[in-house]
Design a protein around this ligand. Structure first.
Ligand SMILES: *[C@@H]1O[C@H](CO)[C@@H](O)[C@H](O)[C@H]1NC(C)=O
Ligand SMILES: *[C@@H]1O[C@H](CO)[C@@H](O)[C@H](O)[C@H]1NC(C)=O
Ligand SMILES: *[C@@H]1O[C@H](CO)[C@@H](O)[C@H](O)[C@H]1NC(C)=O
Length: 333
């Protein structure tokens, strides 16, 4: 066996001192030392390891940060029934739902033609184009609510939403829009035709409905003189609808909608559509107002109930938070 030559010995000494040198740095956690160690032990290839480790570290940290700040407290709701009551500011909302559905490739319940799903008849499946295998997502075209049929055709986790308007102005608007005066052979101009209609009521009462909002929400004509029936209808609607918005409190309504659906402010920014000139709205005498309220007492009860629950929801949401959200909304519109 050959004894190690001087050269080999020198080499071994080199390796030894190198390991000693390396050992001195082990345990140190300084960045520089670690990098130095790596490049010495693993050669130049080690350089590519370091950024990888760094990347993973920052990636993990950024994931941690994200989940911390964007708490996944809610998932946007895509299955929606918006029962658009007529003459109650629903066109603006319909526009919001249409835009959202379009952007998110959702499936609408659509009429075979036009915009109306059989109104004024209670909704039937045959009024709509058949759904694709994935089913429907959004129901937002004009219809008379038919609970059993609609519940059956929409997904289980559907959110139900509608909007109401203060009954006096709603009736006045409906009266003009449906030309009820004309239907009843009243020739005076709009400002007086309501007066005339309520002066000689009995004849024309048979030709024109009352409580348009209740009818729109699926109540039947039979029940309007029965306070208990009206009450029960309201209770059913309370159970069914997750949110009943109020046209007169439109901004608060939009914020509650956004909160319920887990949408963004951009999702609910809107343009006012279909709004009448203010001067065409009639000035009503107190006597006439009372007659209209009496005539539509189902709608009055409906509105009172849901305006009350609406403000309860605003309180639960937080009044201060509501003010801030409305400010944010106003900046966008
Ligand atoms: C970085 O993370 C990925 C998984 O996210 C893993 O497969 C890979 O081995 C990690 N690399 C290092 C150098 O730790
Ligand atoms: C909707 O569909 C279009 C075309 O198929 C696609 O490019 C787009 O990414 C989809 N958008 C969403 C939000 O799924
Ligand atoms: C709804 O109720 C609130 C609180 O009671 C009231 O201030 C508001 O005037 C009501 N809205 C309408 C349109 O009557």
């Amino acid at each position: 066996m050959k004894t190690p030559s001087g050269r080999t010995l020198l080499c071994m000494l080199c390796v030894f001192s190198l390991s000693l040198y390396l050992c001195m740095f082990i345990g140190s956690d300084s960045d520089y030392t670690n990098r130095h160690l790596f490049s010495i032990i693993f050669g130049t290839n080690a350089k590519s390891l370091r950024p990888l480790i760094d990347d993973n570290k920052t990636k993990i940290e950024s994931i941690k940060k994200e989940t911390h700040t964007i708490e996944p407290t809610c998932i946007p709701r895509n299955n929606i029934v918006f029962l658009k009551t007529r003459k109650a500011g629903g066109t603006t909302l319909q526009n919001i739902f249409c835009r959202y559905g379009d952007r998110n490739n959702l499936t609408f319940v659509l009429p075979h033609q036009g915009w109306i799903l059989g109104y004024p008849y209670a909704f039937q499946k045959k009024f709509a184009i058949s759904p694709p295998p994935s089913g429907y997502n959004i129901f937002c075209h004009e219809a008379v609510f038919n609970n059993d049929v609609i519940t059956d055709m929409m997904p289980k986790n559907t959110v139900y939403i509608t909007i109401l308007r203060e009954p006096l102005s709603h009736y006045e608007s409906t009266f003009t829009y449906f030309e009820i005066g004309k239907t009843c052979g009243i020739r005076s101009y709009s400002a007086n035709s309501l007066d005339e209609f309520f002066n000689s009521p009995s004849e024309c009462y048979k030709k024109t409905p009352r409580n348009h909002m209740l009818l729109n929400l699926g109540a039947t004509y039979m029940s309007f003189d029965d306070d208990r029936a009206i009450e029960m209808t309201i209770e059913h609607l309370e159970d069914k609808f997750d949110l009943v918005m109020i046209m007169e409190h439109f901004e608060e309504s939009l914020i509650l909608l956004k909160d319920l659906l887990c949408w963004t402010t951009d999702d609910i920014t809107y343009f006012e559509l279909n709004r009448r000139e203010t001067q065409s709205v009639h000035k009503l005498s107190d006597t006439l107002k009372n007659k209209i309220r009496q005539w539509n007492k189902g709608d009055v009860a409906l509105f009172q109930h849901f305006n009350k629950t609406f403000w309860g929801k605003v309180r639960n949401f937080g009044e201060k938070k509501m003010r801030i959200e409305i400010e944010n909304l106003k900046i966008k519109i």
